[in-house]
Design a protein around this ligand. Structure first.
Ligand SMILES: Nc1ncnc2c1ncn2[C@@H]1O[C@H](COP(=O)(O)OP(=O)(O)O)[C@@H](O)[C@H]1O
Ligand SMILES: [Mg+2]
Length: 242
């Protein structure tokens, strides 16, 4: 059995099958890129994985256990952390307190939580911002805070939902470096991202989604040169090498 495995995931919203039979595997230690047009079901897949939405059909296995059907906090405790496409920090709290709120999941005492929060803030390169109020941060730092909050739950598998959207080229390089650093620390990652540079740079494997179904999967190069993916998503002008 794969480290992480989805089997025939289905999610209906009224008459719409937002996710319509999605199966894919992720190996331990790899970065799996999830790409596809807006509305193709990527965020919904994340919401199914972390139990935010109940599945209409299908099963999810992680690290030898069936996790579909578990409550969100149980799934987080099993070791799946995530960020949200729409960043939602606790705006009036400082960066450190935001991270502290997540660190309590893995801590028995406040001092243990503080230690974990400080360590995670440092690992994610946010120490100079730790006393700033989250609502005052520019977008790149808010996105980084999202990742930091997720990391404070000590995930084994991290789901990143468009954490590079809205970043300038320098910030993009910093985000790529952080994603690689997280993977190198032993965390398996599934990343939803529109910026192909990020997908092509960090992914070991890519799964392309269209209309709630898997359209293609393979190496980044294989998926980026797949005729169906070019037609549905990348466009004829996309060049994998460029
Ligand atoms: N909570 C919801 N209620 C109703 N429809 C939803 C909900 N969330 C997503 N959808 C619909 O499901 C489809 C897939 O959305 P989403 O997973 O957000 O796509 P993506 O992340 O790939 O852009 C879209 O048609 C969207 O409108
Ligand atoms: Mg989305």
């Amino acid at each position: 059995m794969a480290y992480f495995e989805t089997l025939g995931l289905v999610k209906l919203f009224g008459g719409l099958a937002a996710v319509n039979g999605v199966s894919f595997d992720v190996n331990e230690g790899e970065i799996c890129g999830l790409i596809g047009p807006n509305g193709s079901g990527k965020t919904t897949i994340f919401n199914l994985i972390n139990g935010y939405f109940p599945l209409d059909k299908g099963e999810i296995y992680f690290n030898g256990n069936k996790i579909s059907g578990l409550k969100t906090h149980k799934i987080c405790r099993e070791g799946i952390g995530r960020t949200f496409q729409i960043v939602k920090p606790l705006k009036r709290m400082t960066v450190l307190d935001n991270v502290l709120a997540s660190a309590f999941l893995r801590s028995h005492t406040k001092s243990e939580a503080v230690e974990l929060a400080e360590k995670t803030v440092s690992f994610c390169g946010m120490t100079s911002l730790k006393d700033k109020v989250a609502g005052s941060l520019p977008i790149a730092s808010r996105k980084r805070l999202e990742i930091t909050r997720a990391m404070a739950t000590k995930p084994k598998l991290l789901l990143l939902d468009e954490t590079a959207a809205g970043l300038n080229p320098v910030e993009l390089e910093e985000a790529i470096a952080l994603i690689k650093k997280i993977r190198d620390s032993g965390v398996t990652i599934i990343i939803v991202e529109h910026i192909m540079k990020v997908i092509m740079t960090v992914s070991d494997r890519v799964v392309a989604i269209n209309h709630g179904m898997v359209l293609a999967e393979g190496t980044p190069e294989e998926v980026a040169s797949h005729a169906g993916v070019i037609a549905a998503y990348l466009g004829e002008d996309y060049c994998a090498a460029g």
